[in-house]
Design a protein around this ligand. Structure first.
Ligand SMILES: Nc1nc2c(c(=O)[nH]1)N[C@H]1C(S)=C(S)[C@@H](COP(=O)(O)O)O[C@H]1N2
Ligand SMILES: [Mo]
Length: 389
């Protein structure tokens, strides 16, 4: 068994990270803070810190607190458009309707009775951004592949579009009713094309880190699209409707778009694209000190393509290799990295990271991303600033 496998098994088994030193892993390289390690303060944080406006149904992860590969359920970030619907788990049914041979109404017991799988998957909201990057988290999910459920229902040949509705509803104004505006109460909905819906990837999750989902993460069931941004991960999943027509719901076609310029034959073309796979990104979560040594801990969010390199640069120095934390090897996990910052001198410094994957994608600079005019998909390299006393 390789060291990596051993470690993964250990983490799955829930053994505390602190005990891993005994297995030959250097404590300094772990994401958990060691005894005597102290947090350096960033000078780039807005006043008031991370939880600027906490509400019962919105929660931000304070990335300085990361102490292991998985985000604890009570720290997992939470955001949504209409608030949290309460669902009675005893009477809950997942409906599968539309172009299927046998429409289904599955209870939680039915779903839990199907062959289960695990998926380590971390994602960020497409609106996540620096310096705090608090709309990102990583978890170990348990559930059933979507395909298992769709095969039980029997997808008909005409089926082209698979629509996923949450139980949450909200009033939406009807477009082109300016003379007498009206609203219609609608459900949060997202869709997948046939190819994607029937692929290996989409996942229906009922547990997070070994516990039933809390209402924040979509109790009792949510869809997950491994490697994608947060929006398609429909929480409180209540119905899968299979149809022939394209689904044009608000959160599918109006929201979650990116407008970006691209030079084609010497002319700027404005391209509007759907937000799907996560754009390759890294960010620095914290800098710590132990005596006169410093350590940088950072996070990589990516679409599952293997990572080729992760580098850190201090001030105007050269890019230096950082180390991928071995505790997050799963394809769709976020990846943690550490960098030993030697010889830090007193004064103000900036620290920045850059990730490259094996397809040759390089995390862009802020200047390179200036052609992106919309707010979402903020994956540029981000400098953090701090003062060494
Ligand atoms: N039913 C439903 N699912 C939803 C949403 C929503 O508003 N309603 N918001 C989406 C968005 S934009 C994000 S970023 C993620 C957030 O998931 P989390 O709260 O588990 O972190 O949920 C997604 N799933
Ligand atoms: Mo989001």
């Amino acid at each position: 068994m390789s060291k990596q496998t051993t470690r993964r098994e250990v983490i799955k088994g829930g053994v505390a990270l602190a005990g891993l030193g005994a297995l030959g892993f250097p404590e300094w390289g772990l994401s958990a803070m060691a005894q005597g390690e102290t947090l350096m303060e960033f000078t780039d944080l807005p006043e008031g810190g991370v939880n600027r406006a906490p509400t019962p149904d919105r929660r931000r992860l304070d990335i300085r607190d990361i102490d292991g590969p998985l985000t604890p359920a009570d720290q997992w970030f939470t955001t949504q458009h209409y608030g949290h619907p309460e669902i009675d788990r005893a009477t809950y049914r997942l409906r599968v309707s539309g172009l299927v041979d046998s429409p289904l109404e599955l209870s939680l017991a039915d779903l839990r009775g199907m062959p289960s799988r695990e998926l380590v998957f971390g994602f960020e909201c497409s609106g996540n951004g620096g310096p705090q990057n608090s709309l990102s988290s990583n978890g170990r999910w348990t559930g059933v592949p979507l395909r298992t459920v769709l095969e039980r229902a029997g997808v008909q040949a005409r089926a082209r579009e698979f629509v996923f509705f949450g139980a949450d509803r909200g009033d939406e104004e009807v477009v082109f009713r300016t003379a007498a505006p009206i609203t219609v109460e609608q459900q949060y909905g997202r869709s997948l094309t046939r190819d994607l819906a029937l692929s290996d990837e989409p996942f229906l999750a009922y547990d997070l880190n070994g516990e039933p989902l809390s209402v924040h993460q979509g109790r009792p069931l949510r869809l997950l699209m491994p490697g994608w941004y947060g929006a398609p991960n429909v929480k409180w999943l209540s119905e899968i409707h299979v149809q022939e027509d394209q689904y044009l719901g608000k959160f599918q076609t109006h929201w979650y778009r990116t407008l970006k310029g691209e030079m084609v034959n010497g002319e700027m073309k404005w391209k509007e694209t759907a937000i799907t796979k996560m754009r390759l990104k890294s960010f620095i979560a914290r800098v710590t000190a132990m005596g006169n040594r410093h350590k940088v801990l950072g996070v990589i969010m990516h679409d599952g393509t293997p990572i080729r390199s992760i580098e850190v640069k201090v001030d105007n120095g050269p890019w230096q290799s950082a180390t991928l934390d071995p505790s997050t090897p799963e394809k769709y996990s976020w990846k943690l990295f550490t960098y030993d910052w030697n010889g830090a001198t007193p004064g103000e410094h900036s620290v920045i990271s850059r990730v490259t994957d094996t397809d040759g994608n390089v995390q862009p600079t802020a200047e390179e991303l200036e052609v992106k005019k919309t707010f979402l998909e903020r994956n540029a390299q981000q400098a953090r600033t701090l003062i060494i006393a």
